[in-house]
Design a protein around this ligand. Structure first.
Ligand code: MG
Length: 300
């Protein structure tokens, strides 16, 4: 089941996407005289409290309800305003760790423990939205296609063998990065956190639809040219390890997002480096989830 956040006539709602058409979750809940859900975070909370909700939604005959075409709604990021920063992994594919070792971005090769940093989303950028940045702020903007995991249940000190039950679903995240700022400021925070630098979506795929641990093809195309091409089975740290390690002494909450790192092929790793320019079209694709497309807009 694919979940989306959309707005229709300026009202935001959570929908189930099926073959491109969108059914409002609240239409289904209203017909069953159940409580309204106003956001994706509320839906994830409701799933964590009510183990039967998924089954009731899954068994619903969607043809009984009005559906909206993508042209009628404005798609938002699935979680436009996460409750806290997105947890991100740097260097979780060996080939990517090697390609950035030659740059000034990072020098220590293959990590022996996950490299964590965080990313803000105020808001996360929707599929189709513009990655807008000021030429006065950065000249070296790069893409990073990543699988993002949405946490569905509160937990601390989670065992690797229990990790699956703490997942709500999966989406695509483009960890857009200003390489010059990453190098200049040493710590990555600023270079990862300019406005619009967190495209996410277009959907959250519920965990039942993706075998665990996820082994999914992941690509990034810029203007139709393949730049990144790998599979999440190449992770240095797999999902059970990441969820277990991150949750050691750190409570994870429903709605938390973990972005699992990017494969080789980023612009900074090319010789010579090739960064994003005004008008570029960036398409991050993950098998079984879809394609997250954004256009670059440089403000001069
Ligand atoms: Mg990244």
């Amino acid at each position: 089941m694919n979940f989306v956040t959309c707005s229709y006539k300026n009202e935001e709602f959570v929908g189930i996407e099926n073959s491109g058409y969108i059914t409002a979750v609240n239409d289904i809940l209203a017909a069953a005289e159940e409580k309204n859900i106003c956001s994706m975070l509320e839906l994830i909370d409701a799933f964590s409290l009510d183990s039967g909700l998924y089954t009731r939604l899954e068994r619903t005959d969607l043809s009984r309800f009005n559906s909206l075409s993508p042209r009628e709604v404005q798609l938002k990021a699935p979680i436009p305003y996460p409750r806290r920063n997105i947890f991100c992994l740097g260097k979780n594919y060996a080939a990517h760790a090697n390609e950035v070792q030659a740059t000034k971005l990072s020098g220590s090769g293959i990590p022996t423990s996950p490299v964590y940093f965080t990313k803000t989303a105020m808001p996360a950028l929707e599929h189709g939205g513009e990655i807008r940045f000021y030429a006065s702020a950065t000249q070296q903007v790069d893409y990073e296609a990543e699988l993002a995991v949405i946490i569905g249940k509160q937990g601390i000190n989670i065992r690797p063998e229990d990790a699956k039950e703490y997942i709500f679903g999966y989406t695509i995240l483009n960890d857009v990065s200003a390489r010059d700022l990453q190098v200049k400021h040493e710590q990555w925070f600023k270079g990862k956190n300019l406005d619009t630098f967190c495209p996410m979506g277009p959907v959250i795929v519920y965990k039942n639809d993706i075998p665990f641990p996820a082994q999914l093809d992941i690509t990034c195309h810029v203007n139709g040219i393949l730049r990144q091409n790998d599979n999440t089975k190449s992770f240095i740290f797999d999902l059970p390890y990441i969820i277990s390690d991150l949750s050691k002494g750190l409570t994870l909450y429903p709605g938390d997002i973990i972005s699992t790192g990017t494969p080789a092929g980023v612009g900074a790793g090319a010789k010579p480096p090739r960064f994003l320019n005004d008008g570029d079209k960036v398409e991050c694709t993950i098998e079984k989830i879809g394609t997250l497309t954004n256009i670059v807009k440089v403000i001069y």
